[in-house]
Design a protein around this ligand. Structure first.
Ligand code: GTP
Ligand code: SPV
Ligand code: MN
Length: 587
């Protein structure tokens, strides 16, 4: 499929190491992909769902020990330990190659090696980047087909001479969690992943390339790779303002990206368009503004909690050509179910572990909390007309946010870009099921990039500050939101989901200079009356409560920030200055 010697020589070298039975190049044709899904079905890896209700859809179950990203087994293998920084696991590349080399040796014996050329970003765009993933997993091939622009066209994008592609090597091996490694080699444009067959560990174009490797590339080339959704908010005059938002894993990006406006806005003609739900590549455009592209081509979304009310558009996106992973199989009609889909769990069903399940076992969940759907972006009813535009969309606002039961108010705006970088760098959120480990523990997750920054996080903050200097007065405004404040009983106070639009409206109006604000110690806030609550059963007092800044909690927050910053040998002075200013404002 290609004459590119860099590609061919690399594959020859890997073949010698892993010793596959045969090699299959993925050309991206419907014919080939159909054949591969038929093979998967025959092998019992995929279960075909109801062809009438869910045409082209399949269910897949992973091994029970392989259901999420594994941060403790993920490594940044930079030559110099200092380039990896205090927030990543470092591994000397020589040692990593040697250890993984042993594991990969003959790992493909008796297996087929699939060669997946893929393109992150639009085909034909000068901003796009090509990767090649070698895998023994048909599930990976089929997911990569949904998530990226792949096949022959990706090789054409690379061209016959270029050496500029990310070399991804994956092997399912034995799915042994003790021998599971996800290694990024930023200086070599390489990723080696072994002993997993789950999402972010193995769809190498996603977190491994489009965030870890790409963030490193962006630092060197003057752009940014971020864990951000991109949405367009269209007003009744037809003008569209674009915002990006960085929330940690399973904290609401997919939901915000495709929200349906509440009635009060819908009837006036407001619309929301989804450009992306997980990853943004951001560059400074010819006009000096910041422009965002979604490098992906599909959604790898959290299933639990997705329903017709919370996220209609996501649910619609999964109605055809979708792969469901670790959800419940409804035996009555051969469809799928998960917690939060509706109030009627199927009585005759198979749970995510493959065991009979009757929906009444209150103790055991039918779907894994990190069960997911892989759906083509073009299925989404509100996919933006700009989705395929290689120039991307101009960004008016950048929003940070996370799960905080108390401290963070519903929304505030940073005083300026530098303060906004400080706000992003000190983000904290409760952990979720998207990564292996405890759930619900508050941890610092700067810019929602803690698990995804491919280099020293102090330098990453420096890069953010640098980008702000280049953008000058054309820089997007920076905000922070928190949909997850709880009352004394632990219930969410803010209705969330589509109603988050009410907060977006203040944000967009602020960017346009149309909304006022109050100055608080943490940033600019709306007056409670500035958040439109028409049609909600909460009062202005509730909004006031949601916006409150408790000095005591914030002083505890200061201590947490100081402790976090103390980890950094390289922390930009500007951020220490911002910390001092916050301390002063809090008194
Ligand atoms: P990743 O794909 O892991 O990066 O996650 P994400 O940020 O796209 O998260 P997603 O939108 O899938 O949301 C994860 C969970 O948060 C789901 O169970 C949602 O139902 C829930 N959620 C999303 N938005 C809101 C909200 O506004 N309020 C509340 N209470 N829950 C929300
Ligand atoms: C996340 O965990 O942030 C995800 C899912 O988007 S995964 O692709 O598994 O990383
Ligand atoms: Mn994500």
């Amino acid at each position: 499929m290609t004459q590119n010697k860099n590609v061919l020589n690399w594959i020859e070298k890997i073949k010698e190491l892993v010793n596959p039975d045969k090699v299959v190049w993925i050309d991206g044709s419907e014919e080939q992909l159909k054949a591969i899904s038929a093979e998967s079905e025959a092998a019992g890896e995929l279960h075909r769902l109801n062809e009438e209700l869910l045409p082209g859809c399949f269910l897949h179950r992973t091994k029970a020990n392989d259901v999420a990203r594994v941060e403790h087994r993920t490594f940044i293998c930079s030559r110099d330990k200092n380039d990896c920084g205090p927030t990543n696991n470092w591994w000397d590349p020589k040692e990593a190659y040697a250890t993984l080399g042993e594991l990969f040796k003959n790992s493909y014996a008796g297996r087929t090696m699939y060669v997946i050329p893929y393109c992150m970003g639009q085909i034909g765009s000068e901003f796009s980047k090509v990767g090649i993933e070698l895998t023994d997993s048909r599930y990976v091939v089929l997911n990569m087909d949904i998530m990226t622009r792949m096949g022959r066209k990706a090789l054409e994008q690379l061209g016959g001479e270029s050496d500029d592609f990310v070399r991804g090597l994956h092997c399912t091996a034995d799915i042994d969690e003790e021998k599971r490694y996800i290694c990024q080699f930023p200086e070599d444009n390489a990723i080696w992943s072994i002993n997993s067959a789950y999402g972010g560990n193995v769809l190498l174009g996603k977190k491994c390339f489009a965030l870890r490797i790409a963030s490193y590339q962006g630092k060197n080339e003057g752009w940014m790779a971020e864990h951000m959704l991109i949405l367009g908010l269209e007003n009744p005059q037809g003008e569209v303002n674009y915002v990006t938002a960085a929330f940690p894993s399973a904290c609401g990006k997919t939901n915000l990206a495709m929200l349906i406006p509440p009635e009060v806005y819908k009837k006036q003609g407001y619309k929301v368009w989804c450009v992306g739900d997980d990853i943004s590549w951001l560059r400074i455009g010819p006009d000096g503004r910041l422009w965002a592209v979604n490098p992906e081509n599909g959604f790898f979304g959290v299933a639990p909690g997705t329903n017709a009310k919370s996220n209609f558009n996501a649910l619609e996106s999964t109605k055809k050509d979708t792969i469901f992973t670790n959800v419940v199989l409804n035996l009555d009609n051969n469809t799928v179910w998960w917690e939060g889909l509706d109030k009627n769990p199927p009585k005759k069903a198979i749970d995510w572990l493959g065991q009979p399940w009757d929906g009444s076992t209150a103790s055991a969940k039918g779907a894994h909390p990190n069960s997911r759907f892989t759906a083509p972006a073009k299925n989404c009813p509100c996919i933006s007309p700009e989705f395929d535009n290689p120039a991307g969309v101009p960004v008016s606002a950048i929003i940070f946010g996370g799960r905080r039961a108390k401290t963070a108010p519903l929304v505030y705006q940073s005083f300026d870009w530098q303060h906004g970088v400080f706000v992003g760098s000190t983000m904290a959120s409760e952990t979720t099921a998207a990564a292996a480990g405890a759930v619900g523990v508050v941890r610092r997750d700067p810019m929602a990039m803690l698990p995804f920054c491919g280099y020293h996080m102090g330098d990453y903050f420096g890069h953010w500050l640098e980008m702000g200097k280049k953008l000058g007065d054309k820089a997007p405004k920076i905000f922070n939101v928190n949909w997850f404040r709880t009352d004394d009983k632990g219930n969410f106070i803010w209705p969330g989901f589509g109603d988050n639009m009410r907060v977006l409206m203040w944000i967009v109006d602020r960017c346009a200079g149309k909304a006022g604000a109050l100055e608080t110690p943490v940033g600019y806030e709306p007056e409670p009356e500035d958040i439109n609550i028409e049609g909600l059963d909460i009062t202005v007092d509730t909004v006031r409560d949601l916006l409150s800044v408790d000095p005591e909690l914030w002083r505890a927050e200061l201590a947490g920030i100081k402790e976090f910053y103390a980890k950094f040998d390289r922390l930009p002075e500007e951020l220490r200055a911002e910390l001092a200013k916050l301390e002063e404002r809090l008194g």
